[in-house]
Design a protein around this ligand. Sequence first.
Ligand SMILES: *Cc1c(COP(=O)(O)O)cnc(C)c1O
Length: 392
Amino acid sequence: MNTPTPPKLPFMPFALPEIGEEEIAEVVDALRSGWVTTGPKTQRFERDFAAYLSSDETLHCIAVNSATAGLHLALEAVGVGPGDEVITTTHTFTATAEVVRYLGADVRLVDIDPATLNIAPAAVEAAITPRTKAIIPVHYAGLAADMPALLAIAQRHGLKVIEDAAHALPTTSAGQRIGLLASDATVFSFYANKTMTTGEGGMLVTRDAELAKRAKVMRLHGMSRDAFDRYTSTVPSWAYEIVAPGYKYNLTDIAAALGIHQLKRLDAFQLKREQLAAAYDEALAGLPIVLPPRPPAGDQHAWHLYVIRLADGAKVERNAFIERLYADGIGCSVHYIPLHLHPYWRDRYDLKPEQFPHSQHAFERMLSLPLYTRMTLDDVQRVAQAVRAALG
Ligand SMILES: *Cc1c(COP(=O)(O)O)cnc(C)c1O
């Protein structure tokens, strides 16, 4: 007689959004209001977002339909164009770099710091040429890049800094919230698996009034009403001028409705992620794996991702390891296949893995474990158990 196999535990996804009744009610309200595109809820979301980051009234928050759009607008507004070079990390998602190509400029990919997996300031400085226009740091996994060093380099060489903060809500660097540093602009993502979501969406944050003005115009087709302000006191509601071939990057009120309530829960979400990360740290201690770096004392980590690396002496190879976790019903991912390995980037710039030894080494050994606010501490134990078993 066969012994019945025990019921398999449900598959644990790698990421899952947490959408509550308040978000749903606000979306329904947008739908019933008759105003579904950019309108009052988007304006409220922008105001709330600025207030979340700071009480500083000079902060401009510009809602967009993706972080990719926000990065594109920021680079366009600081004047990146053909002939320019922009330096960023190879260890990122392609969106960070593709926006540079949208503008006809070139990307200079550099290696990471092996301890933090963040862009290495020394590698940035070594990659600067007379054509370099800007640096795009990424706060990998939610841990701030070394912004004091990067901002000092930018200042020495007269470079713009646009932060890709897709992972970094909320994160601090030397006690200051990402979004408030002395960079030119910071861009957050509200994609489905990020630390808060609007389905698709993003926020461009800047203190530079001129940059904000340009980004707002370019967010919506290059439309401006300023010209009318100069000549008449009352601008008819239908009047506008096209001042540039702009883009269609505005956020809808349906999406902003989600954002308004996700934002209210952001600190609770961060706390939960931090607790889950601490539980992972404890449960995985002593195994032949490299645990994620902790933030400097007093700083906040957004814990968008919990990335582990198999130690050099581990008995199992990364791909097989992920397969074993899948077989145990655990979803994992890899962040990222570095840009230098993708055909487009590799061929365009003739890149070799040897140019990025730290990113390459990390990539071959890394995986991201499930981390989302609806996970329980028991779920963490279940993953840790599967990790122990998969290590063989
Ligand atoms: C998610 C992500 C983006 C793009 O965000 P979207 O809102 O999907 O455009 C950019 N950079 C990094 C590092 C990301 O993880």
